[in-house]
Design a protein around this ligand. Sequence first.
Ligand SMILES: [Mg+2]
Length: 271
Amino acid sequence: MTKLMIFTDLDGTLMEHESYSIEPAMGALQELATRHLTPIFNTSKTRQEISAIQQGLKLDAPFICENGAALYNFRNHHNGITEKIFGQAISGWLARVHEIRDRQHFRFEGFSDWSAAEVSQLTGLNEGSAELAKQREFSEPILWRDTTAALNQFESALGELDLQLMEGGRFISIQGNYDKRTAMDWLRESSDEELITVALGDSPNDSSMLEAADIAVVIKSGKSEQIELQNPKHIIRTHRPGPAGWQDAIMEILEMLDSDQLSNESISNKR
Ligand SMILES: [Mg+2]
């Protein structure tokens, strides 16, 4: 029996971009649960935010936070690893980024500049969730308020600190040289089962994860047309945005699984 390993973005993908509702995808989530499949969240959200969402949904699975910075809640009984870190701690570089901002007069603001109330206003999260979103370990989401030329200069300056910019649905993230694929590949390689990987995402920061999957689902969004993929064996572009599109795609994939369309060599991940 072919086994699926499902990686999913949250904002704009499993959760509605504005309301953060998961409701339209609950049917597909329940169908996955009956098959003992738990999606692995791979999101720009923090460890604390994801833990709260998992608890709300009564899900218990590994998850990847802050655009691929770390994998938590992972149980590898062979060597006792429960987490794996790919990012550089924000405490080691944020002050240097702010020095660059001051010195070169770049105009941008980020989560570390804002109160929870301000984050709440900018994101639509309630203040409790905004508080969790501010507990960043590896990345700083910013809003750029300067020119594109200045953004390019800033990006080069970040390169000298081994940092990069990653565009998400709402913000640009300052982070180390990892992406959503890094942790996904590590997790897949740590399993000795034969797996078909599925990834679902809606924004350019999902591209690496989608490109690495056997089945890529591009959830319709304001930025989904920017996503171009070469590698996946099967690509689904949803007609509906957010969790409604998520529901449609998962049900389509499960139908393919049930009708044996996923077990042939053309989709198998034996490469
Ligand atoms: Mg997203």
